[in-house]
Structure formats: structure tokens, C-alpha cells
Design a protein around this ligand. Sequence first.
Ligand SMILES: [Zn+2]
Length: 836
Amino acid sequence: MKKLLLLLLFVPLVISCSEEVDENVSSKKDSQLMPVAFNQVHLEDDFWKTRLKTQGKTLVPFALDKTIPAVKNLEKAAKFLEGDTTDLPYPHQYLSSDLYKVMEGAALILMENPNPELEKRIDGIVDIIARAQQEDGYLYVAHTTGVSKNHDAWGGSGMGDKPYSFVLHSHELYNMGHMYEAAVAYYQATGKDEWLKVAEKNAQHINRVFFEGDPNYNNGTPVNQAPGHEEIELALIKLYRVTGNELYLNMSKKFLDIRGKTYNPEGSGLLSPIYSQQHKPVAEQEKAVGHAVRAVYLYSGMADVSLLTGTGEYDGALNNIWHNIVDTKMHITGGLGAVHGIEGFGPEYVLPNKEAYNETCAAVGNVFFNYRMFLLTKDAQFMDVAEISLLNNSLAGVNIEGNKFFYVNPLEADGNNPFNHGKTGRSPWFGTACCPSNIARLIPQVSGMMYSYTENEIYATFYASNSTNIPLKEGIVSITQKSGYPFDEKINFTLTPEKKQKFTLKLRIPTWARNQFVPGKLYSYIGNISEEWQVKVNGEKVSVSLDKGFAIINRTWQPGDEVELMLPMPVRFNKSIDLVEANESRVAITRGPLVYCAEEVDNSGVVQRFFLDDINQSRVNTQIISEGVLKNVTSISLESKSNGTSGIKKEKLKLIPYYAWNNRGDESMIVWFPTKSDMIQFSDVNGLKGGRYKNVKASSTSKYGNLGAISDGRRPMNSNDTTIPVWTSTKKDNKHWVEIGIDSDKPIRSINIYWYDNNKSIKVPEKWSIEYLKDNTWKKLKIYVTDSYFIQKNQYNLVHPAEKLKCKALRINIIPNDGMAIGILDVDIQYEDIEM
Ligand SMILES: [Zn+2]
């Protein structure tokens, strides 16, 4: 009974037009693609099922523990509403959103694998959330309790001093969007509707305040402004789909339609109109711009509304934006948002490798966006992009064990790259934990992207061993799929309709199995390979036509019919178009849907020494790894050359899938290999650059400390690294500082500090901050909205200036923990190569 209920819940509602339908939106009637819900597709494979198990056992409980501060903050808001004002929460814009996303991930796991203990824990948190909601539906800790007034306006991007007074940066609607998504998932998983009611109450409150006018907000005038961080648009669609209440579809459309019309921020950086896609009405937008995560969430919402209303008014914009991404702004891994400064889209063709930003969330959003574009258009090219983004950049966001994460996903690491909130390794968690929590909710959704259907067509879009039932008009069809995807070439289906039945089976033939690795103009295969994909039905090769990227098999099916799809996976060499400077005279290696990389651990030394000047398919081998953390992964080996300290020589090069890198230590890695020996600048590879700064001064330096540590460029192995110089200060007043003279005309991108901590007398500080010298005065640095002054051990703690910053000197002000000395192992200042 419960199963049936869940199945029904998951079918997107197609509601017919009626008199009651709201003014400007009506739902589309005709035959849309229906996704087969993720909990109706039973995985029986090694690739995804293993990850789901890891997620249930490790990632979700671990992530829930990490989001306890958000629960505590909500609890304090609840107590405040109940009259206890003794313990106020600390002001934060989006802390609760990470909790909601982890809870969504937990709910999705629960649906497939009931777990009473986990369910009880979630119930407890839902209770606290409900108590933190105001009577009228408003839910945002900092304004409810008034602590927003104490909020340090990070990078000039505060939260305003009252509800909805600064929706450009407050994340009030962003938090709620994630809450709706989680509440919907939890309702679907458990049938419990307490949280869904909280979500609906909030949505109705937002509708009143933003579109009707509520006397308690904004002087009764409708706020009528789009949020700075998109999310609520697509979340309202989920709320609509599960409740059938057209109000939410209408609201989503209104939020889309007022964007770029009712309010335009003024300024640059975080306050620029393009940063949050407010530069134009959405239907007129042509290019992917600004903060990448915000952008893809917006485009996802547009595709949703376009599908459900059938008005087609965003279709032109969506098409242009999508082409702008795949033709000019996407890494071969499906990563988006190449530049650091704004965590977003840079200029066209600027796709750096070592310095790529590529936030994990943006890749996850790229999957969501393209999946929705597929539902809208029934065109496989979108699933091709979704697949590349999923299997390469998104999966790289988490380690195989499921407890360490990348925020930033570079395509090269050479030990001189401090960007990943650490050297190059994944981190256990982040102050801004959007990425781990997005992974937590993405992986359980993958099985829901494998099949969709209309009344008489079945679309198979992602491949993995699984089984499901698909309710076509003339009867249910059971499907079993067997495959070792993404490593194996063969995919076998057994179809068992209830009775003899005519329908069309559509199998996605990815672009990687045809003429190029991923759709778009950026990347192409080098050379032709004659092996072609093919389809067999009941053992007989059949000729099938290709339509919108799908092989069409239209016949009368009998129970037990078998289909074999063969997608040959030769190792392929790829090049990019010349306009991408970073990849000039370089090649990347792919196999099937996977991008491959070389790691130091397999290649006895720094991998930047290799070059491929003679590409020859016949000298390539593949092998299945038989043990260790990468067990069952297909590796590639090929003959190559290296240019190292002993000159040019032949050497074997071993490659593993990009998603699997950094599971065996933080060492060098490369995706785009040079094709010429003189492209290798070996001195850069191990370079220990001395004396990077001038006029380094400190408030004091202890007897055993060395001020030279600040600028010697030596990278610590950990916070207790005693093999390299360390600056320490023991003076026990509260005015420790280090001043660094800057000698660059380029704007500063980030400042990275590695704290020393010997676990005894010298500890990471209590807090720190940065000032900069301009016009002979010291000014407080405004840092980027998602940054804070972390004090993590064993990694670089980085901050980005919120606005373009060129200055003569920086001063790091440090407040030690009580009675403790402090120390710094390294300060690394990175500059912008591209001025935005
Ligand atoms: Zn993120």
C-alpha cells in the first residue's frame, strides 16, 4: 500500500485547467515525459549501489553531525519564540540551508532503506524547525531573534536589519527553498506531513509578503523582489508537484518573471547585477553569467516552469544560455564557474586547469539543469552533459569513503595550489558546507534519472544494473538492466510487458559513443575510430534510426524480449578549440563517459613531467584495478615520454578516472597533458620560491620563531610540521600582527594562511582578521560572502576579498586563545590573472 502511495506521489502532477486556476499560469496537459521515481528503480550494480551504501553508513550520519550547529541555532530561535531570551543564536545567513540539504539526503536514503534510528533523529530536528517558525510562517533565525543587528556585514553583504529588507544577500528565500525540497523528500520517504505543513505555511506567507502585501512586512507593500540566491524557484515546483497546489507554480513563475525587472543591484562584484543574474529579465538572458550555482539553479527553475506551463516563453533564453555554457564555458569534466573571484562564470573560453574554481555545487546544479532540459525537450544531448558532469566533476566532489569533500575542483594539482581550503586534498567539512550537503542529496537521486516514459515510449537515459516497472498506457512493462557501466561496453535489457504490447524503446546513444566526448563546440576527439555502437534484439543485430540522440526500437514486444546495446569504449584523445588558451597544444584522455587523469602515486613522481607528442591508439592498454580503494576501477596505461631532471625519456603513464583522484594522498595530478617537451617547466614543479614578499614585519617573534617562514613559500605537510621554518609569537598581549609588503599590480584573489599548532603551548588562534594599506591608512578587509576567518588545522585557511583589491601591504591581526602562543607556517597570497 505504502509503495503504491509513493509511486503516485512521485508522478509529476499534470493538472488540467479549470476555473479555479490562478490568473497567469495554467498547467500543460499533453504528454509530458514522466520520470520513473528513484525509489522505483532498484539498483543492482557495483557503481551506484556501493556509493548509496557508503552514503547511508558514512556520509549522511557524518554530515548530520556536522550540521549540529545549525540545529542548535534553530533551537535557540525556537526558545526565543517561547519566551526564553537568555541564549541567543549567532547570526548567519545560510547555515540552516546546509542542514536542510543533508536532511533531504537522509530522507532520500530512508525511502530506499528504512532506518528507524535515523528517522527518529530527523523527526527530532523537524520538531525544532517547526518550533522555530513564527506564527505567521516566517522562518529565519537571525531576524526572528533580532541578532541580525549584531551581524558583521561580510563583504558588505549582510542580511539587513529586519525580514526581507535585504533579500539580495540575506538568503532568507534560499534557506526556505532548501527546506521545501527537504520537506517534500521527507514526506515522500515517510508519509509524515508535519514538515510539509511548515513548508506550505512558509510558502503561503512568502506569497502574501512578496506578491499581495502583508501589514506586518515592508509597510504592507508587496516586496515584489527576486532573491539574490536562486533556489526557491525550483523548490516551489517540487512543492507544487507533491501538493498539486497551483499557487506554488504561480509563485515560482512570478519570482522568475520579476527577476531583472523590479530590482537591479548597483555596483561591482557581489553587488553587480550579473552576479545574481539580475541584469536582464530572465526571458531575455542569453549568456551564463555570474555566480555559477545561482545561475544553474535559476536555469533549472526556468526549465521546470517552461515544462509545466507549456508557454515556451523561456525556451529561447534556455537554449541560448545552454549553448553559451557548452560552447564556451564548461570544463571537459562538466565543471562550471571557472573563476575564483565570483565563484562563477568567467569570460568565454577562459577555462584554466590548475586554477579552475568549478565549485562542486555548480556541477551538481549542472546535472539538475540538464536533466530538466531533457524532460522539457526529450533530447538526449542534455543527458549527455548531465552524465559528464555527474560522473566527472560531481563525483570528484567526495572521496570514495564518503567523508571528505572538494569545494573547488581543479583539473591540475602540482603541489603549488593552495585553493581547496587546503593544499589540494579534500577537507572533512567547510564553514560553508553547501558542497558536501549537495553531494548528500544528489547521489540518491541518480536512479531517478535512469528512465522516463510517455504513454507508449520508454526512455533509457543513464545506464546501470537495475530493475523497474514502467506503467505504459497498455500495461506495465518490467525492465531488468544488466551492465558494468561506466566501465563496461555492453548493456543488456530484458523487457517483460504484462502481455504482448507495442511500444517504442528509446536508448540514449551518448555523444561520447559517436563523434565527441560531450556536446558543444569546445572539445573534439582526435582521429576517427571505426568501432560503432550497435543494438541487438533477441540476439539479432537490428538497424535502428537515431532521433534526438536516442536509438529508436519500435516493435511489438513479447515477455522476455532481450535487447543488447553495445557502446564501444576505446580510449580517446581529446583536444579543445584553439580559443581555450589553457589547453593549447594539450590533450585530455577519456574512455566512455569518464575523463582520465594521471596521479603521482601511480607514476613515481610529479606527473607534470609527462608529455604526449605521439598519440598512438595501439599503445594503449586498459586494466581493472584489483585491490585497494580503487578496486574494480578501469585504469589506462600508455607509452609516453617525460622531461625531467635526467632529460627526455620514454616512460609508461598510468591513468585513473578523474572522479577517483585524491583518494590515495595529496599529490600531483593532471588532466590536460602537454604535447611538446618544452612545455614542461620542471623548475615550477618542485619550486620552493623564497622571499616572495618584502618588508615582512611582526608585532614580535619568539626566540625559536622565524619570520622568514611567512615568505619562504614552503608548504607545510600539517599544522605540526617541524621540518620547515615557522613564525611564532609568545607575547601575551592581544595585539599580535604580521605585516606583509605586496609587490604586485594584480588584484589579490585570495589570502591563504597555514596555522602552526603543536597541540601544546602553541595553538591555532581564537580569531584573526585582515586589514590592508591604502592611501596610508589601514582599512578592514571585506571578505567574500561565503568566506569566514577559519582556524582549521592541517590546511590553508583562505579568504577572498569581496571587491577588487590592489594594495601596498596586508596586516594579519591575530587574537590568541587564552594563554597560548600562536604560529604561522605559511602565508600564500594569490593574484587574479584575469581582471573582471
Ligand atoms: Zn558549494
